[in-house]
Design a protein around this ligand. Structure first.
Ligand code: DX5
Ligand code: ZN
Length: 222
C-alpha cells in the first residue's frame, strides 16, 4: 500500500506520514505536479526532502511534470527511493529510465488512461515498475476509470513477455469498492489518497485496503 499524501493536510504532512505508517504503509506516494503537464501545482524537491527526514518507509515520487529529465537529480538527491516519469512527457524515455537506475533509484514509467499499454513495448525489459493511472492525473478524489483493469492485464502481459517481474502500481480513484478489481487484475502496488486521508481512521483504512487487495489476489485472477 502506498498512501498518497496529496489528500493529506499539507500543514501537517509529518503527522500524515506517521498515520500512514501506523496503518502499515509500505511506501509514501508523493505527487509532483507543475501546472504544465497537469493542470495543478503541488510540491517540489524541498518537500520531498522534508518528507524523507520523517518517513520510515521509502518515498515513491510520481512526477507529473513537463521535461521530467531536467529534475531527476533534484528528486533523487531529495530522497526519492522510487521515481516514476510519464511516457507522454518524455521523448527520450529510455535514457531517463537508465539514468534513474544508474543513480540507484527504482525507475518507473507512468501511463495516462488514454495511453495504450503497447507504448511500453520497447522499454518493458528495463523498468523497475509500471504506474497505470486509473484517473487522468492532476487531482485527488476523482472517479476510477473501469477500463484500467484491462490495461493492467495488458501491461502485465507485456512485462511477462519481456521476462520482467516488475510490479504494476495503480493510482487514482482507489477505494474499498475498486481495490478488488485492480488487485485481481494484477496490481501489486496500490496508491490511495482520498480513501485514506479522507477517512476518519486513516491507519484503519490502509489496513482495510490491504486486506481487500490480499483477499482479491487469493481468490485468483478474474
Ligand atoms: C492523481 C495522483 C494520485 C492521487 C490519487 O493525479 O497521481 O496519486 O493522489 O488520489 P485518489 O486516491 O484520491 O484518487
Ligand atoms: Zn500519483
Amino acid at each position: 500500500m502506498a498512501p498518497s499524501i496529496l489528500a493529506a493536510d499539507f500543514a501537517a504532512l509529518g503527522a500524515a506520514v506517521a498515520e500512514a505508517e501506523r496503518g502499515g504503509a509500505d511506501l509514501i506516494h508523493v505527487d509532483v505536479m507543475d501546472g504544465h503537464f497537469v493542470p495543478n501545482i503541488t510540491v517540489g524537491p524541498p518537500v520531498v526532502r522534508a518528507l524523507h527526514r520523517v518517513a520510515k518507509v521509502p518515498l515513491d515520487v510520481h512526477l507529473m511534470i513537463a521535461s521530467p529529465d531536467r529534475y531527476l537529480d533534484a528528486f533523487i538527491d531529495a530522497g526519492a527511493a522510487m521515481l516514476s516519469v510519464h511516457v507522454e512527457a518524455l521523448p527520450h524515455l529510455q535514457r531517463a529510465i537508465a539514468y534513474i537506475k544508474s543513480r540507484g533509484v527504482q525507475a518507473g514509467v507512468a501511463l495516462n488512461p488514454s495511453t495504450p499499454a503497447v507504448a511500453l513495448e520497447e522499454i518493458a525489459g528495463d523498468v523497475d515498475f509500471v504506474l497505470v493511472m486509473s484517473v487522468n492525473p492532476g487531482f485527488g478524489g476523482q472517479t476510477f476509470l473501469p477500463r484500467s483493469e484491462s490495461k493492467i492485464r495488458a501491461v502485465r502481459r507485456l512485462l511477462d513477455q519481456a521476462g520482467n517481474h516488475a510490479p504494476i502500481e495503480v493510482d487514482g480513484g482507489v477505494d474499498l469498492t475498486t481495490v478488488h478489481g485492480i488487485a485481481a487484475a494484477g496490481a501489486e502496488i496500490i496508491v490511495a489518497g482520498q480513501a485514506i486521508f479522507g477517512s476518519p481512521d486513516p491507519p484503519g483504512m490502509v489496513r482495510a485496503l490491504r486486506e481487500a487487495a490480499e483477499a482479491a489476489r487469493a481468490a485468483g485472477p478474474r
